[in-house]
Design a protein around this ligand. Structure first.
Ligand code: FMN
Length: 205
């Protein structure tokens, strides 16, 4: 028998689970992802269901959910058609622009223009990077794991990094400067968080 604080996940409404995940699994880093459609329209969107999946080979993982109507987001449609994306890390200076690119625009609208951002090429990719973002990981699609057709079902993207842009102001070739990057994270609802209260712990041997 369950006590009051122990719940069966399958009995919880997906909206309740979404709020529990986004409040409890926080702060989350944010993948700021550019893609293009097969007819060349550029798209940008932030995804905080995001992490490193592998270092060798280098693979990033992020999950665009189906929306509240069960429809696929443009990022997934573009990845299926073109097979490439660029995952950017934007610091606090770019928070407003990043947030602006979470608007639900029609697929033909260019979110770079909507957010006042500049496109730059990255390696041999068709997908542009955000010139203003200090770090950009250019990726080829490895796989997409679909978790169903219901609203909020995840589509876990595994994207292999093939080319990297890292501004020398934030990366000296070895370490990323937190002071220079000013990373931000996502909390629940509309909340973001700064990394201004660090503490260190040595790992035990
Ligand atoms: C900071 C932030 C993080 C977000 N993280 C996610 C996420 O992990 N998964 C998701 O499906 N939507 C997430 N969203 C919402 C998407 O960015 C939004 O649905 C966007 O319009 C999708 O764009 P697209 O249709 O161009 O792919 C997030 C929004 C914000 C502002």
């Amino acid at each position: 028998m369950n006590d009051d604080a122990t719940l069966t996940a399958s009995e919880l409404d997906s909206g309740i689970l979404y709020r529990l995940f986004s409040g409890a699994i926080a702060p989350r880093p944010i993948a700021w992802v550019s893609t293009i459609s097969k007819d060349g329209h550029a798209n940008l969107a932030p995804f905080s269901f995001f992490t490193v999946a592998s270092v060798a080979p280098p693979v990033l993982a992020f999950s665009p959910l189906l929306n509240g109507e069960g429809a696929t987001k443009d990022t997934i449609a573009n990845l299926k058609d073109v097979g490439e994306c660029v995952v950017h890390i934007g610091g606090e200076a770019l928070a407003q622009a990043l947030n602006a690119t979470s608007a639900s625009l029609p697929p033909q609208d260019d979110e770079f223009e909507h957010a006042g951002l500049t496109k730059a090429p990255l390696g041999d990719l068709r997908v542009p990077r955000i010139a203003e973002a200090p770090i950009a990981f250019g990726c080829k699609l490895r796989d997409i794991l679909h978790f169903g057709d219901s609203p909020l079902a995840g589509n876990l993207v595994l994207a292999e990094v093939t080319v990297i842009h890292a501004a020398p102001e934030v990366w000296d070739g070895r370490h990323v400067g937190v002071e220079a990057l000013k990373p931000i994270g996502r909390m629940a609802g509309s909340d973001y968080i700064r990394c201004t209260d660090l503490f260190a712990l040595e790992r035990p041997k």
